[in-house]
Write a protein that binds this ligand. Structure first.
Ligand SMILES: *[C@@H]1O[C@H](CO)[C@@H](O)[C@H](O)[C@H]1NC(C)=O
Ligand SMILES: *[C@@H]1O[C@H](CO)[C@@H](O)[C@H](O)[C@H]1NC(C)=O
Ligand SMILES: *[C@@H]1O[C@H](CO)[C@@H](O)[C@H](O)[C@H]1NC(C)=O
Ligand SMILES: *[C@@H]1O[C@H](CO)[C@@H](O)[C@H](O)[C@H]1NC(C)=O
Ligand SMILES: *[C@@H]1O[C@H](CO)[C@@H](O)[C@H](O)[C@H]1NC(C)=O
Ligand SMILES: *[C@@H]1O[C@H](CO)[C@@H](O)[C@H](O)[C@H]1NC(C)=O
Ligand SMILES: *[C@@H]1O[C@H](CO)[C@@H](O)[C@H](O)[C@H]1NC(C)=O
Ligand SMILES: *[C@@H]1O[C@H](CO)[C@@H](O)[C@H](O)[C@H]1NC(C)=O
Ligand SMILES: *[C@@H]1O[C@H](CO)[C@@H](O)[C@H](O)[C@H]1NC(C)=O
Length: 627
């Protein structure tokens, strides 16, 4: 109990480190498709009742019709309903009675019951992200897009946050942060190092990955670690579909949520009702190779960076501080930024006090690169990024350190930082309590395991992967490489009960979904490139899938709101209608470098205003959730 409230508290002062988490993988060796009886939980397990979250809330009780879940008003906000669903820990083993408990949250339809159309299940991305917490922030915004006609339900995936068993490999958040401190000082900037130094750096990082793997095995156990892979997440989703009373799934998944959705469509094609997959990940490759996944994910990153530079120039020096000394050519701007990175390599910049209680840090090239990459996910942050880089050029690293916590180190051991409180530092809170470890367990467990170090061939192969990833995309390549290294010793964990190993080929292992899937891609998405959206349509076939393009920057369609996208999604969900082929939507507002006087050039009528506002709220909610 005490420990849990400590965790909640620390979750507020969470590490602000973040990246992409759109890894997934898994593979279905469909062992036995066993049908297990769900035991629905009337009594909430006491471990779930974190006193800080749940004390003192109202306790009315509402059982929704046609749902076998026991929905109760959530103690943290009575506009929502909460329920717990018990599912098998291992769907493939009938003999074990081990269970997992999935924490679900609902934002109910706002229309009268006679107009209610059903329940939309939504996954914010991750892995490791709390859907429970995300819905609390985004429920009303999602609801308005559908005229309040649906109950919206999200959940903490198994292993995450309120769901049990929770994956958490450190005894306290303080331990986690201290471990992270060491981890982040394990520098993976391998450029320009003599080979021997690069090897040493890599081998140290791999040793840390091995250490964390062993910590997780000790703290959580193989039985649980191996049970959180995506195939099991999909089976949980199927159980949720049943208990919310939908004959066919209605689903909106973002980023990693698209992998979950696509895998659902592969495993339960006959139960696909409506499926919106937004910020599309190329699922087959993820199950095949984390390296290939890193390569294809970086397909558009450079274009988003170019967009940052050209938007800065069209915004002018009042809105984009990088122009304050006069550069007006994108390639010169880019050169300035890369020069700055090289400069930091040999002159790392000490930053004493980014925020009062925060840990002092040293800004290194990878901190700059991580800040840029992070901001590319959210064009709303571009102005902040430009000003932080401009400061850095003048030798002031505070803003960059605050922007990404200088690689995760600018957190505060005792209290929430100013940046977190302001909520606009780009990273936000909510990644503590083992979210990264849950992410690791899903991502690494889904992928084929890596062989461990034996001799120099190992180092050679890994350094080669790194070179390829960085050559493919200099901004995100190193970040994907870290994700690879993180999985380097996951082979020590017992393999998952099921892996998705089917062929992603229609007519082969894939069957047409009951209803076509709607894929949504931004033209310029730094982690889920539109090429992945196109390839996924090819996987399912033109009769079974359609892509709609948001001509915008950032990760997922919510990064730059577009009424055209919102209406297409609504029409699809409500009426089942697909947009015309090759539909390209324009965003409605200028999001990067908006005018400082804040006036919008666009006037919306009635409900359009609400819908745009809904999208904006979704987009502003920390991207930690949608990557
Ligand atoms: C609830 O179930 C009943 C009987 O199965 C059905 O007639 C009714 O339409 C359902 N209501 C909703 C809101 O799904
Ligand atoms: C509960 O959630 C609703 C909908 O998001 C929000 O309007 C309200 O302010 C919240 N109430 C509390 C006490 O946080
Ligand atoms: C099924 O679970 C039981 C009980 O935990 C265990 O003894 C057995 O080895 C498991 N079987 C398989 C095939 O994993
Ligand atoms: C866990 O879920 C609770 C309830 O939704 C939420 O308040 C909290 O922020 C979540 N924690 C994390 C780390 O996401
Ligand atoms: C802008 O500032 C940077 C860093 O101080 C400098 O390298 C660059 O030459 C400046 N450009 C102009 C046009 O003054
Ligand atoms: C944390 O910050 C709050 C708000 O500024 C302050 O009231 C509180 O005393 C701080 N707690 C600690 C332990 O510093
Ligand atoms: C270090 O890497 C180089 C090049 O990849 C390789 O030739 C060398 O044998 C490696 N040394 C060790 C100790 O791994
Ligand atoms: C669904 O179709 C009906 C009938 O064609 C139409 O009146 C309605 O506006 C459509 N609803 C949406 C959300 O597109
Ligand atoms: C806002 O600023 C822009 C220039 O940045 C100007 O053109 C526009 O008129 C201003 N709008 C208002 C309402 O002041």
């Amino acid at each position: 109990m005490k420990r849990d409230s400590g965790r909640l508290k620390s979750s507020l002062s969470a590490l602000k480190r973040e990246y992409i988490q759109s890894f997934v993988i898994s593979c279905l060796v469909l062992l036995l498709v066993t049908h297990l009886i769900l035991s629905l939980d009337g009594d909430l397990p006491s471990q779930l009742l974190d006193s800080r979250i749940w004390d003192g809330g109202p306790k009315p009780n509402l059982i929704r019709k046609n749902s076998s879940l026991n929905w109760e008003s959530c103690p943290d906000n009575s506009s929502f309903f909460c329920a717990f669903l018990t599912v098998p820990l291992d769907y493939s083993n009938r003999t074990t009675e081990d269970t997992a408990i999935i924490a679900m949250r609902m934002y109910p339809a706002t229309v009268p019951p006679s107009q209610r159309l059903g329940t939309i299940l939504t996954n914010p991305g991750g892995p490791g992200t709390s859907g429970h917490a995300t819905l609390l922030k985004t429920g009303p915004s999602l609801s308005v897009i559908f005229h309040g006609k649906f109950d919206l339900v999200s959940w903490d995936p198994r292993g995450v946050n309120m769901s049990l068993p929770r994956i958490s490999c450190h005894p306290t958040d303080l331990h986690r942060q201290l471990f992270g401190l060491g981890h982040n000082s394990g520098d993976l900037d391998l450029d320009n190092l003599p080979v021997s130094a690069a090897n040493i750096t890599l081998l140290r990082a791999a040793a840390r990955a091995r250490l964390l793997t062993e910590l997780c095995r000790d703290a959580v156990g193989d039985k649980v670690l191996r049970s959180v892979t995506t195939v099991n997440g999909v089976r949980d989703l199927e159980e949720m579909r049943k208990v919310v009373g939908e004959g066919a799934l209605i689903y909106w998944g973002f980023s990693y949520g698209t992998t979950l959705g696509a895998t659902y469509a592969a495993m339960f094609p006959h139960h696909v009702g409506r499926m919106v997959l937004d910020g599309v990940v190329y699922t087959p490759e993820q199950y095949g190779s984390l390296f290939e996944h890193g390569i294809s994910s970086g397909d558009s990153t450079g274009k988003v960076f170019d967009g940052f530079l050209s938007s800065c120039i069209s915004a002018g020096p009042f809105r984009c501080s990088l122009l304050r000394n006069g550069t007006a050519d994108p390639s010169l701007l880019a050169k300035r930024i890369w020069n700055l990175a090289s400069h930091l390599r040999f002159s790392p910049l000490p930053v004493a006090h980014p925020h009062r209680p925060a840990v002092p840090s040293v800004v290194r090239p990878e901190d700059l690169i991580l800040s840029i990459f992070a901001a590319l996910l959210r064009p709303t942050n571009w102005a902040n990024l430009a000003s932080a880089i401009a400061d850095l050029e003048t030798g002031d690293g505070r803003a960059i350190a605050a922007l990404n916590g200088a690689g995760g180190r600018a957190w505060d051991l005792g209290n929430i930082t100013d940046a977190e409180r302001a909520g606009d530092a780009g990273w936000g809170v909510g990644r503590a309590m083992g979210a990264d470890e849950a992410d690791m367990a899903v991502s690494c467990g889904d992928a084929p395991p890596f062989p461990e170090y034996e001799d120099a061939r190992w180092t050679h192969a890994w350094l080669h992967w790194r070179d390829e990833l960085v050559a493919n995309d200099p901004l995100s390549g190193g970040i994907w490489f870290k994700k690879l290294v993180r999985c380097s010793h996951w082979g020590r964990v017992q393999p998952p009960p099921e892996r998705y190993e089917g062929q992603w080929k229609m007519g082969d292992d894939l069957r047409p979904p009951r209803h076509p899937i709607l894929f949504v891609s931004n033209t310029y998405d730094p982690v889920s490139p539109i090429s992945s959206g196109r390839r996924m349509v090819d996987v399912f076939g033109r009769n079974n899938a359609r892509l709609i393009e948001n001509h915008a920057y950032g990760h997922c369609s919510v990064s730059q709101p577009s009424l055209c996208i919102a209406k297409a999604i609504r029409e699809y969900v409500i009426n089942g209608t697909l947009p015309m082929e090759d539909t390209v939507c324009e965003p409605d507002e200028e999001v990067p470098f908006p005018p400082q006087n804040g006036s919008s050039s666009v006037i919306y009528e009635g409900e359009d205003q609400l819908v745009i506002q809904g999208f904006k709220n979704l987009g502003s909610y920390n991207r930690a959730s949608a990557i």
